[in-house]
Design a protein around this ligand. Structure first.
Ligand SMILES: [Mn+2]
Length: 326
C-alpha cells in the first residue's frame, strides 16, 4: 500500500486529539462530502469526536450518503477543535471558513487533497494531484492504518471516486480507482443507487439549464467552445446555484472541441467560470492565474466583473495560453 509514511503521520496527529473538525470545500461535491463522512465514520470513537462541518448545505442528491445528516453547518459550529482536517481543499478560505482563520490560528491543520495549490495551509500536507479523488487517498489512509471498512464507509469512498472520475471515464481515472473500487464492491454497496444519485437525478430546473446552456453554445474557434447562463435564464426556470453544476461537460461533446468554457452569472458583476479540456491542455493553470484553481482538465474561477467583460477576458487569456494545431 502506498504513502505509508504520511498516513502514519496523519494517524499520529489524529491520535493526539479528542476533538477534530473535518471540513471540505464550498459548493461541496460527492468527493469532499464522501471523504469527510468516511473519516468520521471510520475514525470517530468513544474518546475522539470528529465533527464534519461545511460552510454550505450539501446538494439534495447527496443525501443518500451514510452519515450526511450529521454534518454541522459552519455557522452552528461553536467548538474550538484541537485539530483541523481539510479534505478536498487545502485552505480555510476554500473551506468557506475565512472568518475562523483568526480564532483558529493556533490549531494545527492537516490537509488531504488532490488539487494543486500554490498556497496550501497546514502543518501536515498530503496533496497528490495524481490521485483521481480525495476519496482515493482516504481509502489508502484507512487501509494503511488497517481500519476495517464497512458498507457505509465503502459507499462514501466509492461515491467520491465515481463522482470525480465521471464514472471511471475521465483521464484522471487511475489503475488504483479500479483496484480500490473492486475491493469497495465487496462491501455490497448499492452501485445503482450511487450512479442514479450522482448522474441521473437532476431537477427539472437543472435540465432546463442544460438545455439553455447548450442552446447558448458558441464555437469561438473549432477547438474552443463556450456556453453561458445568465441571471435571467435562472430566474426564468427558478434554477438555484446547484441546478447549474456539472453542465460544462456537455460543451466538450462538440466534435473537435479541446477546451470548453461555461460562464455562469451568479449575480451582477460576479461570474463563475468553469473550464474543461481534452488532451492535457492545461486549463488548471489558466484558472489559477485568474484567482481560481483545479486540475489540468477541469478547473474553475470566480470573477468579479460583468458577464461580457468576463467572457472577453477569459477567451483572450485562453487563446493566448493555449495553442492548438488545427
Ligand atoms: Mn475531489
Amino acid at each position: 500500500m502506498k504513502e505509508q509514511a504520511i498516513c502514519y503521520k496523519i494517524d499520529t496527529a489524529i491520535n493526539r486529539c479528542r476533538n477534530i473538525v473535518v471540513m471540505g470545500h464550498v459548493d461541496p461535491d460527492a468527493d469532499c462530502i464522501g471523504a469527510m463522512l468516511a473519516i468520521k465514520l471510520a475514525l470517530e470513537n468513544e474518546t475522539r469526536k470528529i465533527d464534519a462541518v461545511l460552510a454550505n448545505q450539501p446538494p439534495d442528491n447527496l443525501f443518500f450518503l451514510p452519515g450526511i445528516e450529521q454534518i454541522i453547518p459552519l455557522e452552528q459550529y461553536q467548538q474550538k477543535p484541537d485539530m483541523i482536517l481539510l479534505v478536498d481543499c487545502s485552505d480555510l478560505e476554500r473551506a468557506g471558513a475565512e472568518a475562523m482563520i483568526e480564532s483558529w490560528r493556533d490549531i494545527p491543520i492537516a490537509v488531504i487533497d488532490h488539487h494543486d495549490s500554490a498556497t496550501p495551509m497546514g502543518d501536515l500536507l498530503w496533496i497528490k494531484p495524481a490521485a483521481s479523488a480525495t476519496c482515493e487517498l482516504i481509502y489508502e489512509l484507512l487501509k494503511n492504518l488497517q481500519i476495517p471498512l464497512n458498507k457505509e464507509i465503502a459507499t462514501c469512498i466509492y461515491a467520491g471516486i465515481v463522482s470525480d472520475t465521471g464514472c471511471f471515464r475521465y483521464q484522471n481515472t487511475t489503475p488504483e480507482c479500479f483496484i480500490y473500487a473492486s475491493d469497495l464492491l465487496t462491501y455490497h454497496i448499492d452501485t445503482q443507487l450511487v450512479r442514479v444519485q450522482l448522474f441521473e437525478c437532476r431537477t427539472l430546473a437543472s435540465i432546463k439549464m442544460i438545455g439553455t446552456a447548450m442552446v447558448s453554445l458558441e464555437e469561438v474557434e473549432p477547438w474552443l467552445v463556450m456556453m453561458k447562463l445568465t441571471i435571467a435564464d435562472k430566474q426564468k426556470y427558478g434554477a438555484r446555484a446547484q441546478d447549474c453544476n456539472n453542465i460544462i461537460n456537455y460543451a466538450l461533446y462538440k466534435k473537435g472541441a479541446e477546451v470548453a468554457l461555461l460562464f455562469d452569472e451568479i449575480e451582477e458583476n460576479k461570474v463563475k467560470v468553469s473550464f474543461r479540456s481534452r488532451d492535457n491542455y492545461n486549463v488548471g493553470k489558466i484558472a489559477m492565474a485568474l484567482g481560481g484553481g483545479g486540475h489540468v482538465a477541469a478547473a474553475g474561477a470566480t470573477m468579479m466583473c460583468s458577464l461580457l467583460e468576463c467572457i472577453a477576458q477569459v477567451v483572450e487569456t485562453v487563446k493566448k495560453e493555449i495553442k492548438v494545431n488545427d
